[in-house]
Design a protein around this ligand. Structure first.
Ligand SMILES: Cc1ncc(COP(=O)(O)O)c(C=O)c1O
Length: 398
């Protein structure tokens, strides 16, 4: 009998997309749906980005490009890293891919043998575990509770690293929690990591979305000697409003960057030159749109938090970046909404969608079944109305 490779038995569709697709379907059926489900930034890049793409369409779209990425793009990304205080990278350290997700897949593919162990602070972005599963690697989840603001502590990190540990995935600012680590917290984690020879995958894709004037702390700035084994992953999707363009980056040791280039040469060949040109313009051009959008997201975060704080029993740590909040809604478990019993996060989200038309992703998709993830990147009027419905739903629980 014809059959697929065994690894496909371990592959599953993204849980976020399942909720987003259900919301889309209900909307198409004429229901009044507000979606807080998917992490789309909901703004567009500047005119200079489109112009660069249009020029490249005429001049560069007819041939193959470099497996690593064009020099102008690599240089623009190196300058972008420099501007954030991450200095000393050269072109040999950089590779590109079809968004951070494909870059991450490549990096994990390049590093992890079947059975290798990777530490994943939890709550986590869904694809970390899904990709590890496909590769047959072993995810060891380190549970970080709402009471510790979902942040990994140095004690937890030290206890989790074993002789068998090959790598850790670290995401700051975090999806799904929106948490941002302070300089002192990063320093303490970096001090533990220098003691152990493991790979560090640092998913930095929300690095320009930090609120309240807080500075962006990085493991590499805290402990530059981590350089050879820290793999920095970045993307234009969230900070530049370019998720559909699909451009991601890795900055790492030349050995790892070259491994990604070799993988590219065997699957994608190159990111399309039109996208590369638009991405170069985004990184090298005016930065007013990302800066302005970050301010707007902070104002929206405040609006969401005002609603969260008004709901008795709901515990919601204050996020310092990205565009997510991750409230603990376990106060609702054991209650009812109308005829519907709310036993867990999935019941909560499904009753909310059915009764109020608000789509939210259950926290169990991110390894925390006490919580739900609200993505607040939608239009301001939708946000206000969705929050009103959310608060109404909570007030009707009995
Ligand atoms: C933490 C995190 N990493 C990576 C990605 C993938 O981003 P990209 O659009 O660049 O593939 C996402 C997208 O939601 C994300 O939230």
């Amino acid at each position: 009998m014809l059959k697929l490779a065994d690894r496909m038995g371990r592959a599953k569709p993204s849980a976020i997309m399942v909720v987003a697709d259900k919301a889309k379907k209900l909307k198409a059926e004429g229901r009044d749906i507000i979606s807080f489900s998917i992490g789309v930034p909901n703004f567009l890049p500047g005119e200079h980005v489109y112009q660069a793409g249009a020029d490249a369409l005429k001049h560069d779209s007819g041939s193959y490009g470099s497996n690593r990425g064009p020099e102008a793009l690599l240089d623009a990304f190196i300058k972008h890293l420099d501007a954030g205080g991450l200095t000393g990278y050269t072109r040999a350290n950089i590779a590109t891919g079809i968004g951070a997700k494909q870059v991450l897949f490549n990096v994990m593919y390049a590093l992890l043998e079947e059975g290798d162990e990777i530490l994943i602070p939890t709550p986590y972005w869904t694809s970390y575990v899904d990709i590890a599963d496909i590769l047959g690697a072993k995810s060891t989840l380190i549970y970080c509770s709402p009471e510790q603001e979902y942040k990994l502590t140095p004690e937890q990190l030290r206890a989790a690293i074993k002789p068998t540990t090959k790598a850790i995935l670290f995401n700051n600012p975090s999806n799904p929690t929106g948490m941002v680590y302070s300089e002192a917290e990063i320093q303490a984690l970096a001090d533990v990591l220098v003691e152990h020879q493991i790979w560090i995958l640092s998913d930095d894709i929300y690095n320009r979305m930090i609120f309240d004037g807080q500075s962006y702390a990085h493991l590499l700035k805290a402990r530059p000697e981590l350089r050879d084994r820290l793999i920095l992953i970045d993307s234009l999707s969230k900070t530049y409003g370019m998720p559909g363009w699909r451009l991601g980056f890795v900055a790492a040791s030349p050995m790892l960057a070259q491994a990604i280039v070799t993988l590219n040469s065997n699957h994608i060949t190159n990111v399309p030159e039109v996208v590369n040109a638009a991405g170069t313009a985004a990184l090298a051009g005016p930065q007013d749109i990302p800066t302005q959008k970050c301010k707007e997201f902070q104002a929206k975060r405040d609006e969401v938090m005002a609603t969260m704080r008004s709901i008795p029993g709901l515990n919601c740590p204050l996020p310092g970046g990205a565009f997510y909040v991750f409230p603990d809604i376990s106060f609702a478990f054991g209650k009812r909404h109308g005829d519907v019993a709310i036993g867990n996060d999935v019941d909560f989200c499904s009753a909310l969608l059915d009764s109020k038309g608000v789509a939210i992703v259950p926290g169990s998709a991110f390894g925390e079944p006490r919580a739900i993830r609200i993505s607040y990147s939608c239009k301001p009027a939708e946000l206000t109305e969705g929050l009103r419905r959310f608060a109404e739903f909570c007030s009707e629980l009995s």
